[in-house]
Design a binder for this molecule. Structure first.
Ligand SMILES: [Zn+2]
Length: 333
């Protein structure tokens, strides 16, 4: 249909750009529909114009020469402020140009990086509990507090939103106010990203094996009271980064089933208490009398369960939790 559209007068603008991003757009649409038909996502909806947009250029539609990117149908190279340099001898395979709602242009370049090599092997293994008070609690007792980026910018964001709602629709001032809101959002995203990358890189550098819980973030966000805080903590992004960085640097990444009773189980003797309300931060095991910090205890259990999985290939599912508990305990003693 694309060829026919290009001949229509009111769609003449389609001829102004290279055909590659147009085809890529159609491919993305197909992915969206496949996901919809497979029941994974909702029906695809149109992108809003003011949200910017993106164009993906595959190998035939751009040139990479002398450290410059030339897009098809553009005479000049892109004026890029590089965040990092492409290593010598690398050839990019995809270039994506994106316009952020704050009118900031971004370009992402995909290439195979030969400088990424496995890190020297260590024998440290770690379990990680993701939370709200402490963003990350590790089984060796370290806690990383949750920076709560959204909360810090909340006032500024609220003022900007208020001012936006007072502006007349379609006016220039409204557009200015809209950009201001978008800029604050961009700032929050940037600080969050920076923080998460530093955190996950450090965890991967220091540990050979990393065990996390498979979080049903999607289900948890349905809890409206917590939704904003959970989304801001971006647990999903943490596990995503840990997974690919482990792959890059030759580390082992293990995800255990989220139904594993990590908070209710005593990491010392294996006793499982019947209840563990969210507000309990510290507790004492009725069996062995060990005093536990809730999150550290959970991360110790996560580590033990993960090691059991990696050693005997057991799966940590509720119906099999008995056998896993046994193996996990054997490993500890
Ligand atoms: Zn105990």
């Amino acid at each position: 249909m694309l060829t026919a559209w290009k001949k229509e007068e009111e769609l003449d603008f389609l001829n102004e750009v290279s055909c590659v991003p147009l085809q890529q757009g159609l491919r993305h649409l197909q992915t969206a529909f496949s996901n919809f038909w497979a029941g994974r996502t909702k029906y695809p909806n149109f992108k809003k114009k003011h949200q910017g947009g993106s164009a993906e250029f595959s190998k035939s539609a751009f040139k990479y020469r002398n450290g410059q990117i030339y897009l098809a149908k553009c005479k000049e190279p892109l004026d890029i402020r590089w965040s990092r340099l492409i290593p010598e001898g690398c050839s990019p395979s995809t270039v994506t140009v994106r316009l952020h709602p704050s009118r900031r242009w971004h370009i992402s370049i995909r290439f195979d990086d030969p400088t990424i090599k496995p890190l020297p092997v260590t024998d440290k293994a770690i379990g990680i509990d993701l939370g709200i008070n402490s963003l990350v609690t590790t089984s060796d007792g370290n806690k990383v507090s949750n920076p709560k980026h959204l909360k810090k910018h909340h006032q500024k964001l609220r003022r900007a939103h208020k001012s936006l709602s007072r502006k007349e629709k379609g006016s220039k001032n409204r557009e200015k106010a809209r950009r201001k809101v978008a800029r604050i959002h961009a700032q929050i995203t940037d600080t969050r990203k920076d923080h998460l990358h530093k955190l996950t890189t450090q965890l991967v550098r220091e540990n050979q094996t990393i065990v996390v819980e498979d979080l049903a973030v999607k289900n948890m966000v349905k809890n409206r009271k917590l939704a904003q805080v959970i989304a801001d903590a971006s647990w999903g992004e943490i596990t995503r980064q840990l997974a690919y960085k482990c792959r890059w640097y030759g580390r082992t990444y293990i995800e255990i089933d989220r139904w594993f009773p990590s908070s209710k189980r005593c990491s010392n003797c294996g006793h499982i208490v019947s209840k563990m309300p969210l507000n309990v931060r510290e507790w004492e095991c009725p069996e062995c009398g060990t005093r536990h910090d809730r999150d550290v205890n959970a991360s110790k259990n996560i580590l033990a369960a993960g090691l059991a999985v990696s050693v005997c290939g057991a799966s940590v599912r509720p119906e099999q939790s008995k056998s896993v508990k046994a193996t996990a305990m054997k490993l500890q003693t």
